[in-house]
Design a protein around this ligand. Structure first.
Ligand code: PEP
Ligand code: MG
Length: 325
């Protein structure tokens, strides 16, 4: 079976009837890139930069970050590298950053909120990213965006920093795409507004599910509410995909769901363009993709959107998968 999957390493990610999507890897640092490529990744769909910060005893300097981003970009060549800006807080802490105790850390000062509240921290990362952008195909992605105003604030900051960098060195080639993670229901609901102002979306199902069902992703007692196949979540995904496509933008997924075999046909039917997952999942997903027909995927999605609960969707998917084997 392993050998069978390996035959997909250098193949395109394509359905039986020729619809192409991108399959990428989630990474935590430059040390993961070789394995991503060895597993046939067509892109890095999520570079979780928080590891750079968590592995360090001090705030990683602009130079240290620049070096890390440059190396990942260089290794990937023309292939897209989606770098997520710092997503700390929630359950993740840093020794050198004073964070106040919060009653609800997952609803508190985390990710983009923390970055916007700690401008020096954020500026350092954005400077390093823009400087590194000349070395590859950089996509900057903002985590936990909840309002269009947050997005606009970051855009303002990026413009300011770009100007500043070009004043320091006019020959610096700066070029990148800007996207957001859709992992807060408010953002999914307003995806049509966001779609006009970003280059891409990536759906973070781990958090989107947590916030949609109001169920802490770390709490086992409520783990039954982690429901990727609940029609409520599927409708959100559909809204995001439709909104993106209406503006000619692409929409990916980088939560755990993106690497789940049972989810793939449904997600194809909902219109996703890119899937980013742990590297060892890529070939299995690519192999399955080659057996999917878009007509069937669309039918699955349409039926699922009209269902009542996760169980009904699960039963339908199982029937479809059994026939596929
Ligand atoms: C997500 O929320 O789905 C995601 C990919 O981000 P993280 O798991 O790092 O919060
Ligand atoms: Mg998340």
């Amino acid at each position: 079976e392993k050998h069978y999957f390996k035959t997909f390493r250098d193949k395109k990610s394509m359905t039986m009837d020729g619809r192409h999507v991108e399959l990428g890897a989630n990474i935590g640092g430059v040390e993961d890139v070789d394995s991503a490529l060895a597993n046939g990744a067509e892109c890095i769909g999520l570079f979780r930069t928080e590891f750079l910060y968590m592995e360090s005893k001090v705030h990683p300097s602009e130079e240290v970050q620049y070096e890390a981003y440059r190396r990942v970009l260089e290794k990937m060549g023309d292939k897209p590298v989606v770098v997520r800006t710092l997503d700390i807080g929630g359950d993740k802490e840093l020794d050198y950053l004073k964070m106040e105790h919060e009653l609800n850390p997952f609803l508190g000062n985390r990710a983009l909120r923390l970055c916007l509240n700690t401008p020096e921290l954020f500026r350092t990362q954005l400077r390093a990213l823009l400087k590194a952008s000349r070395w590859g195909n950089l996509h900057i992605m903002l985590p936990m965006v909840a309002t269009i105003d947050e997005l606009r604030e970051v855009k303002g900051l990026l413009e300011e920093i770009e100007k500043e960098l070009l004043e320091e060195d006019a020959s610096l080639g700066i070029g990148y795409k800007l996207g957001i993670m859709v992992e807060i229901p408010a953002t999914a609901i307003l995806a049509d507004v966001f779609a006009k102002e970003v280059d891409f979306f990536s759906i973070g199902t781990n958090d989107l599910i947590q916030y949609t069902f109001a169920a802490d992703r770390m709490n086992e007692k409520v783990a039954y509410l982690y429901q990727p196949y609940n029609p409520s979540l599927l409708r959100l995904i559909k809204m995001v995909a439709d909104a993106a496509h209406k503006e000619g933008k692409w929409v990916g997924m980088c939560g755990e769901m993106a690497g789940e075999v049972q989810a793939l046909p449904l997600l194809m039917g909902l219109g996703l363009d890119e899937f980013s997952m742990s590297a060892p999942s890529i070939l299995r997903i690519r192999a399955l993709l080659s057996k999917v027909r878009m007509e069937d995927a669309a039918q699955l999605a349409e039926a699922a959107l009209g269902m009542e609960n996760q169980e009904q969707v699960g039963t339908m998917i199982k029937q479809y998968m059994d026939k596929l084997e």
